[in-house]
Write a protein that binds this ligand. Structure first.
Ligand code: SF4
Ligand code: SF4
Ligand code: FES
Length: 916
C-alpha cells in the first residue's frame, strides 16, 4: 500500500494502481469518460485531470490525467485545485460543442453518465452558438438504436466491441473533423455482446431498442435483483418494470459471475413475459374430446384435488423452474414419484458432472476464475453459443500473457493500449487457448490451435492430453500421429500454466468428452497445478434439478403407459423438447389426466386437461443453481395479472385442497418452501443463505422496489381507477411494492438498483464496491454449494472411445447450438426472434457432394422413428461422415443427439418439421 495525499489529506491506496481507480475506490469523485474498470485506461477523453504536486511547498504543480498516472508512495495530488477544476470544465465544454443537448427526448436522460459528469464539472451554460456537426444514424439490428450526434468520442464503444468482445463489424471511421462510430454500412451488429454498448457508452448514442420504444426514466422504473434464466451460467440481472411490463434487463454486477457485462440473449430474451397471448387464467378440459376452457381458480384446484386424492399422480420437474417449484412438485407427488424433466442423456450427464464436481480435486471455476486462467482447453463445447458470457471471459483469459509481458516491461496492467501494443509486438503475445469442437466457434480467432473432430475423437484427444500430463492417467493406445502432436502441445501449455482451465459441458451431449475433461483437470491437479474445471449446463437450474435428483423421464413415461400413474403433472416444461414426438404423444395419450403448469403455451400445454398459469422469473421468487454450483435468489418484479402465481403456490394450494390443511406443508411464504427444501435435500442445505429472508428490514421497513423519485403511480392506473389502489403486500421477500426508495447499505443479494448522490448512471456501482471493479461491499451474491473435498484424489475415467470411422450411407448426427434459437424462452422475445435462424442441417461439402446437394438444397434426415426435411448449410470444418442439426430449432430434434441417421437428397420438396 502507498500513502497518497489528496487535497492535503492522507489516504492509503494500492501502489501502482492508477490515480482515478484509487480515488474512486476511496469514495472521491473525479469525472471520467474513457476509463472503464473492466477495460482500463487509454487517456482519450482528458476529463479526469488532477493536479500533481511535487512536495508540500509546491503550489503550481502540473496537470496529469488521473487514469494514466500511477499511485506512488508519498504522492500529493489535488482534485479541487481551481486550475484543474477549470480545465475539466473546459474539456467537457468542448466535448459537448456538437452534442445535441436533447436530454428530454433521449432514452438515457436521467441515467446518463454525460449528464452526471457535466454537473460534476460545473459546466452549466452552453456558450457555443454555431452550427453543430450532424451525422446520419445507422440501422444496427433489433437490439440497439443509434444516435451518433450524441457522441463525445470517448472511444469506449469501439474498445469494448472490438478489443474486449472481439467484434469485427464495428469500428471508428474518421475524415477531417468527423469521427464516426458504427458499422461500415447499415446492418445487424453481429457480436453477441452488442447490447452492452447501451451501458458502456456514457451518452445516448447506443440505446436498448426494445426499451426505446416505450422508454421511461430510471426513477420511474421498478427494479429488483434477479438472475438470468437463458443458460446455465446464472448471470445477475436487474429487470426493470413500468406499466405492468418488463421494460428492459440491466446488468447487475456480480464480481464472481458476470462482472459488468451480459450477453444479448440474456439482455433481450425477456419479451415472452410481456406476451399478450399468455394464459392468465386456468384452462380446464371439462369433457374428453372437448377443448380446454377458461376456469376459475377454485374450480381448477377442486378438479386437481380430486385427481390427487386417488394418489396415482406423478410429477415431471424442470431445469428451467426454481428449486422451490421443483421441490413443491416433489412434495406433492412424493419423492419416489418425482421425475426429472430432462432427456435420459441429459440426466446421465448431470449425474456425471455432479460426481466430478463433488468427488474430484478440480474446483468448479467461476467466470472470474475463467478470466484469470492463463491456459485454456475447451473440449467439445461451442462456448459462445451454449454459455455466451463464459466466452467473453475466455476472450479475456488469452490476455493473461500480455499482462506478463507488460509486467516485464514495467507497463502497468491498466494501461490498456500499452499492454495491447506490447503483446502485439511479441510473437507469442497471447496465452494459449485450445478449442476442440466438431465445428468452428466464434472463439477460434483467439485460439492457439483449433481442432475439428467428432465427440469421440475429442474425448480421445482429452484422454491423450491427460496421459501426457500424468502418465498414470489412461492412455489412448491407437493414437494417430496427427493427434499425438497437438495432444503434447496442449499438455505442455497446460503444464506451463499457473492457473490452467479445462472447459467442457453438454454441447456435444457426450459423457466421454466430459470424462476426458475431468481427466485433464485431475491430471493437472495431480501434478501440482491449481486447475479449474468449467462444465457448462444447458438451463438456468439444470444443476439444481440434478442435485435434487429424481427418476428418469423414460421411467415417467413408462409409469403412465403401464397404468401405475393416471395423472401426470408437468412443471414448466415442454416434453416435446425432451423426447421424440411419438414417444411423448404415446405418454400423453395414455395419461388419464394431464396437468401442466407453465408461463408460455407449449405443445405440452396444448395437450393439458388442466393448464395452470405459472409466474415467470419476473412474477415469482426462487433459487437457481448455476453451472458453477452457485445458488442465487431471484425476486419478483411484476404484479401478476389474472390468476398467475408462482408454481410452488399452485402446488401448495392443490395439496391443501386435496388433504385439507396439511401440517407437513405449512408453507405460507417462499422462505418456508426454501427452508423445507434445504432440510429435505441436505446437498442444498445452504440455499437458505443465498439471500436474507423476508424478515429482513432496513430501518424497520421492507426495501422499496421503486426509487425515491418514482412518479405518477397515482396516474399509472387512472384509466382503470382514479383511486390509487394499495400496492400488494409481498410476504415472500424483503421487498415492498412501494415508492419510498432506499439507497443505504444492503446485502449484495438485495440491491435493487445502483444509485448514489451525483451518480445516476450505471457507474453509481462504483459506490457499492470498496475497490472499484472488485467484489460488491459485503461479498458478491450467491453461495457455492459444491467444493472439492480437500483430500480428493483423481480416480481417472478409464474408458477410451474408439476412433471415429465414417459409415457408408449413414451419418453421425451431432447437436449444434445457436445463441439465438436453441434456448426455449428467449427465442419467443420479439427482438431475439428476429435473430433466430431457420432450421437447417449442416454438412461437410464433400458429404454434400456425395449426396449431389448444394447449399439450400432440401434433404431428408431420418433419425430412427423421426424424419424431417431441412435445407443444407455447408460447413467446411465439419468432419466427414458427420451431419449436424441445431438443438431447439426443430422440435425435439436435438434431445437424443448424437445419433446415427441417414441423410438423403429430396428434389423439389418443401421444408418440413420433425414427423414421427
Ligand atoms: S458512441 Fe458513445 S462510447 Fe462510442 S465514442 Fe461516442 S460517446 Fe463514446
Ligand atoms: S451468458 Fe447465459 S446467464 Fe449470462 S446473460 Fe447470457 S444467457 Fe444469461
Ligand atoms: S478517463 Fe482519464 S482521460 Fe479519459
Amino acid at each position: 500500500m502507498a500513502t497518497l495525499h489528496i487535497d492535503d489529506k492522507a489516504y492509503q491506496a494500492a501502489a501502482g494502481d492508477n490515480l482515478l481507480h484509487a480515488c474512486l475506490s476511496l469514495g472521491l469523485d473525479i469525472p471520467y469518460f474513457c476509463w472503464h474498470p473492466a477495460m482500463g485506461s487509454v487517456g482519450a477523453c482528458r476529463q479526469c485531470a488532477v493536479k500533481e504536486l511535487h512536495g508540500e511547498s509546491d503550489t503550481r504543480g502540473r496537470l496529469v490525467m488521473a487514469c494514466m498516472t500511477p499511485v506512488n508512495d508519498g504522492a500529493r495530488i489535488s482534485i479541487k485545485d481551481s486550475e484543474v477544476a477549470a480545465f475539466r470544465a473546459s474539456v467537457i465544454e468542448w466535448l459537448m460543442t456538437n452534442h445535441p443537448h436533447d436530454c428530454p427526448v433521449c432514452e438515457e436522460g436521467g441515467e446518463c453518465h454525460l449528464q452526471d459528469m457535466t454537473l460534476m464539472t460545473g459546466h452549466i451554460y452552453r456558450r457555443y452558438r454555431f452550427t453543430k456537426r450532424t451525422f446520419r444514424n445507422q440501422y444496427l439490428g433489433p437490439f440497439l438504436t443509434h444516435e451518433m450526434n450524441r457522441c463525445i468520442a470517448c472511444y469506449r464503444c469501439v474498445r469494448f466491441y472490438r478489443d474486449y468482445a472481439g467484434g469485427r463489424d464495428f469500428d471508428v471511421f474518421a475524415a477531417h473533423r468527423n469521427v464516426y462510430f458504427g458499422r461500415h454500412e447499415d446492418g445487424v451488429l453481429e457480436n453477441e455482446f452488442s447490447g452492452n454498448l447501451a451501458e458502456v457508452c456514457p451518452t445516448g448514442v447506443f440505446d436498448d431498442k426494445p426499451f426505446s420504444e416505450f422508454f421511461s426514466r430510471k426513477w420511474d422504473l421498478r427494479s429488483v435483483p434477479s438472475v438470468c434464466i437463458h443458460c446455465g451460467l446464472g448471470c445477475n440481472t436487474m429487470p426493470n418494470e413500468r406499466f405492468g411490463k418488463v421494460r428492459r434487463i440491466l446488468n447487475r454486477y456480480n464480481g464472481e459471475v458476470n462482472g459488468y457485462f451480459l450477453c444479448d440473449r440474456g439482455r433481450f430474451g425477456y419479451g415472452f413475459v410481456n406476451d399478450s397471448t399468455r394464459e392468465r387464467q386456468p384452462r380446464l378440459r371439462r369433457r374428453r374430446g372437448e377443448a380446454a376452457e377458461p376456469a376459475t381458480k377454485e374450480e381448477a384446484l377442486r378438479w386437481l384435488a380430486w385427481r390427487l386424492s386417488r394418489r396415482t399422480a406423478i410429477g415431471i420437474g424442470s431445469p428451467r423452474a426454481s428449486l422451490e417449484a421443483n421441490f413443491a412438485l416433489r412434495t406433492l407427488v412424493g419423492a419416489e414419484r418425482f421425475y426429472l424433466g430432462v432427456s435420459e442423456t441429459e440426466q446421465q450427464l448431470l449425474a456425471l458432472m455432479l460426481d466430478i464436481m463433488r468427488n474430484g480435486p478440480a474446483r468448479a471455476a467461476s467466470l472470474k476464475d475463467a478470466e484469470a486462467a492463463d491456459a485454456v482447453l475447451i473440449l467439445g463445447e461451442d462456448v459462445p453459443d451454449t454459455a455466451p458470457r463464459l466466452a467473453l471471459s475466455l476472450r479475456q483469459a488469452v490476455r493473461q500473457k500480455s499482462f506478463e509481458i507488460a509486467d516485464k516491461l514495467k507497463i502497468p496492467r491498466w494501461q490498456d493500449a500499452g499492454v495491447r501494443e506490447a503483446a502485439r509486438q511479441q510473437r507469442e503475445g497471447r496465452s494459449p487457448l485450445f478449442v476442440a469442437t466438431p465445428d468452428v466457434t466464434r472463439l477460434d480467432d483467439v485460439a492457439t490451435r483449433a481442432v475439428r473432430a467428432t465427440p469421440g475423437d475429442i474425448a480421445r484427444l482429452g484422454i491423450a492430453v491427460a496421459h501426457e500430463i500424468d502418465p498414470t492417467a489412461p492412455a489412448v493406445r491407437d493414437l494417430p500421429e496427427d493427434v499425438r502432436e497437438p495432444a503434447s502441445e496442449i499438455a505442455q501449455a497446460l503444464k506451463n500454466a499457473k492457473r490452467p482451465l479445462v472447459v467442457a459441458g453438454f454441447g456435444c451431449a457426450s459423457a466421454a468428452v466430459i470424462q476426458s475433461a475431468a481427466n485433464v483437470a485431475w491430471a493437472l491437479c495431480r501434478s501440482g497445478r491449481a486447475a479449474g474445471l468449467c462444465l457448462t449446463t444447458p438451463e438456468c437450474n439444470s444443476l439444481g434439478l440434478g442435485i435434487m435428483g429424481g427418476g428418469a423421464l423414460a421411467d415417467a413415461f413408462k409409469a403412465v403407459e403401464d397404468g401405475s400413474a393416471d395423472t401426470l403433472i408437468v412443471l414448466e416444461n415442454d416434453l416435446y423438447r425432451r423426447a421424440d414426438r411419438a414417444r411423448v404423444d404415446r405418454c400423453l395419450n395414455a395419461a388419464r389426466h394431464v396437468v401442466v403448469l407453465d408461463h408460455v403455451m407449449t405443445d405440452t400445454g396444448r395437450r393439458a386437461d388442466l393448464l395452470l398459469p405459472a409466474g415467470t422469473f419476473a412474477e415469482a421468487d426462487g433459487t437457481l443453481v448455476s453451472s458453477e454450483g452457485r445458488a442465487q435468489r431471484f425476486f419478483q418484479i411484476l404484479i401478476p395479472e389474472g390468476d398467475i402465481q408462482e408454481s410452488w403456490r399452485w402446488l401448495r394450494d392443490a395439496l391443501h385442497h386435496a388433504a385439507g390443511h396439511s401440517p407437513e406443508v405449512n408453507w405460507s411464504r417462499m422462505d418456508d418452501v426454501t427452508a423445507a427444501c434445504a432440510e429435505a435435500v441436505p446437498t442444498v442445505a445452504a440455499i437458505s443463505r443465498a439471500a436474507p429472508t423476508a424478515h429482513f428490514r432496513v430501518n424497520g421497513s421492507k426495501i422499496p422496489r421503486e426509487p425515491h423519485r418514482y412518479s405518477g403511480r397515482t396516474a399509472v392506473d387512472a384509466a382503470v381507477t382514479v383511486h390509487e389502489p394499495k400496492p400488494p403486500d409481498d410476504p415472500d421477500t424483503p421487498f415492498a411494492f412501494s415508492m419510498e426508495g432506499y439507497y443505504g447499505p444492503l446485502p449484495a443479494s438485495l440491491i435493487p438498483y445502483f444509485w448514489a448522490p451525483s451518480w445516476n448512471s450505471v457507474h453509481a456501482l462504483n459506490k457499492f464496491q470498496d475497490d472499484v471493479g472488485g467484489p460488491l461491499r459485503g461479498g458478491d451474491p450467491g453461495i457455492r454449494l459444491i467444493e472439492p473435498p480437500p483430500d480428493a484424489a483423481p480416480r481417472y475415467f478409464q474408458d477410451v472411445p474408439n476412433a471415429f470411422v465414417p459409415r457408408r450411407g449413414e451419418w453421425l448426427i451431432l447437436p449444434l447450438h445457436e445463441i439465438f434459437g436453441s434456448e426455449e424462452l428467449s427465442r419467443l422475445a420479439p427482438a431475439v426472434a428476429e435473430r433466430v435462424p431457420a432450421p437447417y442441417v449442416a454438412l461437410n461439402p464433400e458429404d454434400a457432394a456425395s449426396l449431389r446437394v448444394t447449399d439450400d438444397a432440401i434433404v431428408s434426415v431420418n433419425l430412427g422413428a423421426t424424419t424431417c426435411r431441412l435445407p443444407v448449410r455447408m460447413r467446411t470444418a465439419l468432419p466427414s461422415g458427420v451431419a449436424a442439426m441445431v438443438v431447439g430449432l426443430s422440435g425435439s430434434i436435438g434431445a437424443d443427439l448424437p445419433a446415427w441417421g441417414t441423410v438423403t437428397a429430396v428434389n423439389g420438396a418443401n421444408v418440413e418439421g420433425p414427423k414421427p
